[in-house]
Design a protein around this ligand. Sequence first.
Ligand SMILES: Cc1ncc(C[n+]2csc(CCOP(=O)(O)OP(=O)(O)O)c2C)c(N)n1
Ligand code: SF4
Length: 321
Amino acid sequence: MYRYSEDVLADLERKPQSIEDYQSATPRWCPGCGDNSILTSVQRLCRDEQIPLEKAMFVSGIGCSSRFPHYMKTYGFHSLHGRALPIAQGIKIRRPDLHVFVNMGDGDCCSIGTAHWIHAIRYNMNMMAIVHDNEIYGLTKKQASPTSPQGLKTNTTPSGAYLRPLSILSTTLGVINASFVANAVEWIPDLLYNIIKQAYHHKGFSFIRVLQRCPHYLPKLFDPMITDPNKVLLLSHENGLQVDDVLKRIYKNQEIHDPSDLHRAREIASMEDMVPVGILYRNEEIPTYDELRQNNQFYSAEMRESALEKEFDKFAIETVE
Ligand SMILES: Cc1ncc(C[n+]2csc(CCOP(=O)(O)OP(=O)(O)O)c2C)c(N)n1
Ligand code: SF4
């Protein structure tokens, strides 16, 4: 008798899922925290794409933003500070059928997790990573992070941060195999959603840095960008972000940026007077690690089988006459 796969049988039972179906516990973030906006965009994406609950996996590190998996009614892994990416990679290797999402804070990704960040870009595995960049350590109560502005008074830099901040975008664009790099701000939810949606459809590692308000510790930090639309640079392109007329009327600084232009992407990433919003770089020609492993060019299927046989032979019981 024909055996139907579990996926086919599950699909027969499936009803259309609403946003509420993806919502789990009530978020415990502070009122006005930008993490709420990011969560809403991701839940909207799951609803619009009808991602089956049992096929989505949210992995995070430790931090306020890393509470994300608790708020999704999918699989989730609230892991260790800085370790979200390697855990997500392990999951993806073992379960390529899952849609893997990674949520990290700027401390999580760019301080303790820096090595994993760099190598995750290089591995280019099929998953989406969002950095909630509030430019501070939120959970541990206002310590300077690598993205804190120079001069910012924090509990670890009471007389002001000494160093210039690390540019998340420039660093990511500088790593070999970067294949999707975007920048968003959570206070323009339509564009945030659009970027997340394009990242979801990208083949490879899609990396989104989102500027995220922390009204509890840095209530006014992003005010200049929020109150003055001229501080935002909209990046639109037929192969990038499509921006509607209403937003175009508000945000007058616009650039038609072809996301295949890496050189221009790097220039945009290093701007200091405006915050770019859109897709800086996209390249689907770069093979993913998953593809490279599948088409393993160094060992043929026969070679792998014979190596396995040799290993099994070590455990064979020989009968003595
Ligand atoms: C190995 C380890 N080191 C340090 C900590 C303490 N710690 C927890 S969260 C955090 C920083 C959180 O900041 P960020 O990653 O920017 O996320 P946010 O809270 O701002 O969302 C630190 C230092 C820890 N939990 N584990
Ligand atoms: S401390 Fe900041 S980042 Fe953490 S929940 Fe509150 S507003 Fe959000």
